[in-house]
Structures are given as C-alpha cells and as structure tokens.
Design a protein around this ligand. Structure first.
Ligand code: SF4
Length: 358
C-alpha cells in the first residue's frame, strides 16, 4: 500500500498581495507554478476530491444588461429561447434529480439586472425547498440590496454568486450597463447578510495577463476571500460581441486557476463555464492546478455541460471522488479572524453562462 502524500505546512492567508507579486506568479515557469499551486492545495484541501455542483437556469434570457459574452443579454441576437421564472415545484424536482445524481450543491441562476421584490419571494421559496432536500443552496440573481440579501439569508441561502468578471481597468470593454463598484457593493451586501460569497471571472475576453492578475488580486485582497472562485473560460457564443474573441492558450487558462489557488488557499476554485470544450487531459491539468469544484450534470445557464456519464468516467479514471457538503465552512475568517462569513451561512453562484457574471 502506498502511503498518502504528506501535506506541506500551510502558508499564511494573505490579503495584501501587490500586483507585482501576482504578476510574478503568472510569470513563473509552468512547472514551478503548478508545484506551488499543488503545495497550497494540499495544505488546505483533500487533494483527490472535487465538489459537484449543479446549476439550473430558473429564468432565462431577456436580461437588460449588456455583458459582451452573454447570450442572455437582450442586446444580442443569439437565438436563445427565453423562459419566465420557473415554478417552485419544477425547481424542487430538478434539485431532487441533481441530488440523486450525486450533486451536493444546487445553484439557481436568473437573468436579471436585479430581482424584483415579488420575484425574490419566489426564489426564497425555492431556496427553502432545495434546502429541505439536504442540498447546499446558491443563487445568482444579479445585483442585490442589503435588504434583499437579508431576505435570502432568512430563507436559508448558503451562497450567492456575483462575478467581477475581469479587472476594473478592462471592465468597461465588456459591460457598460453597470459599474464595477456596483458589483463590489453587491458582494458587500451578501457578505454583510452572512451569506457565503462566490465570485470569480472569465478568461479569454481579450484581456491581458495583467488584467487577470488584477482581477485575482482584487478578489484575494477583499477583507475576506470568496468561499468559491469560479474561473470561466469564455464560451464564444455566435451573436455576442465576443463571438470571435482570440483563443486563449490552454496553459494560460491553467495558469489562472493555479494563481487563484495560490492567492485564495481555502476557497473552492471552480472549473466552470467552458469545460465542455476542454479535453479530459486539460480538465485534469486544471484539477492539478488546484480546481476542486465543477458543475455537474444538467446544464449551465444556457449552454451545455459535459454529460454526467463523461464526468463520472473522468473522475473514476483520475481516482477523484466527490466531496461531501460542508455548508458552514468559511474560506477565510478575514485578516483578524473577523469579517464575517458568519458561521452557518454562505454560498455560491451564478457563473454561468459561462460566465454569467451577475
Ligand atoms: S451575464 Fe448576467 S447580468 Fe450580464 S447579460 Fe448575462 S444574465 Fe444579464
């Protein structure tokens, strides 16, 4: 019997990364970066397990925002079939199927700029139903006020997803209908409500490596790291402004995952949108770089996801097992142990559309 690999001592959790330091991580020789990421990963996580989350679009399309990657935006003609907010019973049924297929977290995404109060009550009912099935809950609904965040918290929401998408400097090239600061304000509202934060971005929108470093630095220097960090690879959807975006070197995508792992050691780094187009070998490299969460089964918000059987086969070939739910685990208690993430609440969310960023 082969002895399990020993785990190196954990480096301190930091919130004071400089851009130069983050840039230097991106500039490391690939093997050195992978080794560093593995060291950090093994100090904080079970190295051969992955979290399985399932994402359901509960309201699809007709979003008034203009996110340049998103087929759900009303600004672009993508042929997307729109749908109104689902019935609570339909969501409960989908969540039950996800649970039976092995998922431990169920994410509900709605293409809104921000939810109307009457819609929020329906989503709160969905959260209660999904929680009653024993699943962790997450939602991605657009911008939230502090009051709306508190209402979702009362319903039992574990995680809220709201991505920053990219650096503050590049952001204006991608979205013009809301500001970077508005996104940060929603993250603050979610955190203040005691809900866990899921926040990441997208690689492949034409941003520079420095933009990727700036985004990850912004996340890592938040007072408390997001519990989940989705790293999406752009899905180039015909009809969107980014349909012809230049290809990203797969190794550069892996580097972004590895740097996210090094900067936010305790977070779940999620291999998110764009996975369907990746080879098994590239997905394995992403897991080696520190990704330890994937979307599983069903579909991402509007595009396909590798089917469950392919995922099962891949995980079996790698001898990677499904992680159990840890609903109250915080990624980081903040620089002084304060901060927030109130025990018992948290959550993740809406990446999707391969980036839905909401
Ligand atoms: S990413 Fe979210 S906010 Fe942006 S257009 Fe798509 S659904 Fe709307």
């Amino acid at each position: 019997m082969v002895a399990p690999m020993s785990h190196p001592p954990a480096e301190p959790i930091r919130h004071d990364w400089t851009l130069e330091e983050v840039g230097a991580l991106f500039a490391l020789p690939f093997m050195d970066l992978m080794f560093r990421a593995q060291q950090v990963h093994r100090a904080h996580h079970e190295p051969n397990s992955v979290q399985l989350a399932t994402l359901l679009s509960i309201k699809t399309g007709a979003c008034p925002e203009d996110c340049a990657y998103c087929p759900q935006s009303v600004h672009y003609q993508t042929g997307l079939t729109r749908s109104a907010l689902l019935e609570v019973a339909a969501v409960r049924e989908a969540a039950g199927r996800a649970r039976d297929a092995g998922a431990t977290r169920f994410c509900m995404g709605a293409a809104w700029r921000s939810p109307k109060d009457r819609d929020l009550k329906v989503v709160a009912a969905m959260v209660r139903e999904v929680r009653a099935l024993g699943l962790e809950t997450c939602a991605t609904l657009g911008m939230l006020t502090p009051e709306q965040a508190a209402e979702l918290k009362d319903a039992g929401l574990d995680y809220y997803n709201h991505n920053l998408d990219t650096s503050a400097e590049f952001y204006g090239e991608i979205i013009t209908t809301r500001t970077y600061q508005e996104r940060l304000d929603t993250l603050d509202a979610v955190r203040a409500a005691g809900i866990h934060v899921c926040c990441g971005g997208i690689v492949g929108m034409g941003e520079t490596v420095t933009d990727r470093a700036r985004l990850l630095r912004t996340l890592a220097n938040l007072p408390q790291h997001p519990e989940s960090v989705p790293v999406n690879r752009l899905v180039k959807v015909p009809g969107t402004p980014l349909a012809d975006a230049p290809e990203v070197d797969p190794f550069d995508f892996v580097r972004a995952i590895a740097v996210a792992r090094v900067l936010m050691p305790r977070a779940h780094v999620r291999l998110s949108a764009g996975r369907e187009a990746m080879s098994d070998e590239l997905q394995a490299l992403c897991l080696l770089a520190g990704a330890n969460s994937i979307f599983y089964g069903e579909r991402l918000l509007t595009t396909g996801n590798p089917d469950v059987e392919r995922d099962r086969q891949l995980l079996a070939r790698l001898k990677v097992t499904a992680e159990k739910a840890h609903p109250t685990e915080a990624a980081d208690a903040g620089p002084a142990g304060a901060g927030g993430a109130a025990a018992g609440h948290a959550s993740c969310g809406h990446e999707a559309s391969h980036a839905r960023a909401s």
